[in-house]
Design a protein. Structure first.
Length: 460
């Protein structure tokens, strides 16, 4: 059964926003089988602009029942019904809040005809109740009061049911309702066979094109979480997905690295982050006539030997800003504040005063050198050994001279004598700023996985 519910209210804020009219139409899937409609005395005045819109005035409600007098009937009518409304949150929360003020709790399965309309008739200029009804040829006249809106919503709902050949209505109820299954195009057998392991998963459309790449500690649970989400982007993703693939990685670090590489390789429609592929800017240094070391950023074509590379100027500024905060550098000498005299950080006691000649050049340059030291350390050659896909193997990530080379899987029994021998076991991958961020974060935290770093100078 379905309860189509529309309300009017006082238009005030907070607890003063009370229901002034309610209409409930009970629909059995074929026709309306019961109707309840009533004005409601909110015991407070109605906002003037609301009166102009729906025609309900304060004096019309003096003899109307108060909500507590009709609350029992409202609850009984909608019990075991799916709560349906065009502006769902407005109407459902109105009823819920009224009952909450009486000490009651109101929970119902619910669906919005507005959201359903967006799915089934995309591309409309307006999705107001009147506009959608007119578009579908539903004669509703002037849609003002709760009863007129409820009747218009019934007409719209019946039209949408006829148009819904892919099970959109049931899907929008949500899998947790027990009445909905997977999105219409999802292969149920594939979803059932998804493993509860760490790895990377791929959503593909009906043409086999990858439209989303994700990483998960538990692939099956993460994939199903997309279905549970009510976000518009997630619903669009689910409705365009026709097939799901996955790659078991064992290690979460390997999953992160593979996810990043696959996003850059396939540029999936629904992935926003990590689509960038090429550096455009870098960080450089120069010494002025006073001997002060400046840090600056510019396009890579103008830098002979960049200390670090980034995708855009924003990332450069964020990086330099972090150095200023961490090492007490002066923003004026880091291309962040183009001023003469004292920098802003000096006034808030974060700069030691090089911009006011209150600090020696030698002392300031020492801190600049200390700030750049971690960047120089990025040129190390090392391995990271982490979990494998089973108990008999381990994953290996290779970084040579600061450049990420790729990852692979090796049997725990395999004895490797030289660093170069790892090359034949790894899958070559591209190095980029996103990968470097992943590696640095992992080396700082470990993410709960064992880390073993082997340098080529040390026997393996």
């Amino acid at each position: 059964m379905y309860a189509i519910v529309e309300t009017e209210n006082t238009g005030l804020r907070g607890e003063d926003n009370k229901i002034t009219e309610i209409c409930i139409l009970i629909h059995d899937g074929q026709k309306v089988v019961r109707e309840f409609s009533s004005l409601v005395n909110p015991e407070i005045s109605i906002k003037y602009k609301v009166t102009r819109r729906n025609g309900i005035k304060d004096d019309m409600l003096l003899g109307a029942p108060k909500f507590y007098e009709i609350a029992k009937e409202v609850v009984a009518l909608t019990t075991e019904c799916i709560f349906i409304s065009h502006h769902l949150n407005f109407n459902f929360n109105g009823v819920k809040n009224e009952l909450a003020s009486l000490g009651g709790v109101y929970k119902r399965k619910k669906i919005s005809t507005l959201r359903l309309s967006r799915k089934l008739i995309p591309g409309q200029q307006s999705y107001s109740l009147g506009a959608v009804c007119n578009q579908l040829g539903i004669n509703v006249g002037q849609v003002q009061g709760a009863k007129e809106k409820a009747e218009a919503t019934v007409g719209l709902l019946e039209k949408l049911w006829v148009m819904d050949t892919d099970g959109v209505f049931n899907f929008m109820l949500g899998p947790k309702s027990g009445q909905a299954g997977l999105p219409p195009l999802w292969p149920k057998s594939v979803v059932t066979s998804l493993p509860n392991v760490t790895g990377v998963y791929y959503f593909k459309n009906s043409q086999g094109k990858i439209i989303y790449v994700g990483k998960a500690k538990d692939i099956k649970q993460r994939v199903l979480s997309h279905v549970y989400s009510k976000a518009h982007k997630e619903m669009r993703l689910c409705f365009e997905t026709a097939h799901i693939d996955y790659t078991h990685t064992g290690s979460e670090l390997v999953a992160l690295l593979l996810e990043s590489d696959e996003i850059k390789k396939h540029l999936p429609k629904f992935n926003r982050a990590q689509k960038r592929t090429g550096y455009r800017y870098g960080i450089g240094t120069r010494v002025d006539k006073n001997g002060i070391t400046h840090l600056f950023y510019d396009r890579l074509g103008k830098l002979k030997a960049p200390l670090a590379c980034f995708y855009n100027q924003g990332e450069c500024r964020a990086f330099l800003g972090e150095l200023c905060e961490t090492y007490g550098l002066c923003p004026r000498y880091c291309s962040l504040q183009h001023i003469s005299g004292a920098c802003f950080h000096f006034h808030i006691k974060k700069c030691h005063g090089i911009c006011r000649e209150l600090e020696t050049v030698e002392s300031y340059n020492e801190r600049v050198e200390k700030a750049l030291m971690p960047i120089a350390d990025d040129k190390n050659t090392y391995l990271i050994k982490a979990e494998g896909r089973n108990t008999n193997e381990k994953s290996v990530i290779v970084v040579e001279n600061g450049v990420y080379k790729g990852f692979g899987f090796i049997s725990k029994r395999k004895r490797i004598k030289t660093f170069k021998e790892y090359d034949k076991y790894i899958k070559p991958m591209s190095d980029n700023n996103d990968v470097q961020k992943i590696l640095k974060r992992y080396l700082r935290t470990g993410n709960g996985e064992p880390i073993l770093i082997d340098f080529p100078e040390v026997p393996i």
